[in-house]
Design a protein around this ligand. Structure first.
Ligand code: PLP
Length: 286
């Protein structure tokens, strides 16, 4: 595999930075997770916009224009002859000293990694995932907003550890007010009495798959309400599903030991999964 590294394509073994890179020392940097379906990159502009917004929020100047980044991403895919792939652009703060001050890091490092795609949850799309709510809280919408897709994913990792320990396939975050936020790497939706609910993006990542799913649902005639939810709303929903670039749309059939609805992937969930396949088959940047 060839990795894009600051304008060049190099083998994995050469795509290396220093231990003084603040990306390594402090998780100081931003990233994206993007999918290519059949050689076309899905929602590329949206991912690039979010990458630059994340960078803006942490005062990181990406040394490429958005167009150059777009080209670099497409080229990385081509160089590796991949059709169905996961693509991971990363911009780290760059090499500094052991102090925190980012002004010491004069040159951000840009990496783009890609690999052949494998479905994230395997067989679980048919039976549904088990989820647990975790004690780690999602960031507040202040300076370190959950809207920033930063390289500092410790709360997501702690959430995953907690889910693993409790035997769950996925973790569900609450925010500091106790409102439902999102999964460790995906957004969450509930269906109740034929209406769809999802938390507003003030307390979660502005998921690109979330936005696509809302569009799909509205096109199918469903009412989608972006509103805060409590745990009660999850436990008593008819259906729950999560959405993300890696997860696509995936049913959650149990949360904290409560069966959701009849304990099987729901009708609306399955419609979203099918419609998403159709959308990803017919869209994307070649
Ligand atoms: N929430 C978190 C914390 C994520 O890391 C991701 C993955 O990118 C998502 C949600 C889903 O966002 P998207 O659909 O843009 O991949």
């Amino acid at each position: 595999l060839l990795i894009y590294f600051n304008g060049e394509f190099v083998p994995k073994s050469q795509a290396t930075t220093s231990i003084y890179d603040h990306g390594f020392l402090y998780g100081d940097g931003v990233f994206e997770g993007i999918r290519a379906y059949n050689g076309r990159v899905f929602k590329l502009d949206e991912h690039i916009d979010r990458l630059y917004d994340s960078a803006k929020a942490i005062v990181l100047d990406i040394p490429l224009t958005k167009n150059e980044m777009k080209e670099a991403i497409l080229q990385t895919l081509r160089k590796n002859n991949l059709m169905d792939a996961y693509i991971r652009p990363i911009v780290s703060r760059g090499i500094g000293d052991l102090g925190l001050d980012p002004r010491k890091c004069t040159k951000p490092n840009v990496f783009i990694i890609t690999q052949q795609w494998d479905a994230l949850y395997g067989d679980l799309y048919e039976v549904g995932l088990t989820a647990v709510t975790v004690t780690t809280r999602r960031n507040a919408p202040d300076a370190l907003s959950p809207n920033i897709k930063s390289m500092n994913y410790l709360n997501n990792i702690l959430a995953k550890v907690e889910a693993n320990n409790k035997g769950g396939d996925e973790a569900i975050f609450l925010d500091n007010n106790g409102y439902v936020s999102e999964g460790s790497g995906d957004n969450i939706f509930a269906v109740n009495n034929g209406k769809v609910y999802t938390p507003p993006t003030i307390n979660n990542l502005k998921g690109i798959t979330r936005a696509v799913s809302i569009e799909i649902l509205k096109d199918m005639g469903y009412e989608v309400n972006e509103q805060h939810m409590g745990l009660f709303d999850l436990y008593t929903a008819d259906e729950i599903f999560v959405t993300g670039t890696a997860a696509e749309a995936a049913p959650i059939t149990q949360i904290d030991g409560r069966s959701i609805g009849d304990g099987k992937p729901g009708k609306v969930t399955n419609k979203v999964i099918e419609a998403f396949k159709e959308v990803t088959r017919n869209n994307g940047t070649p």
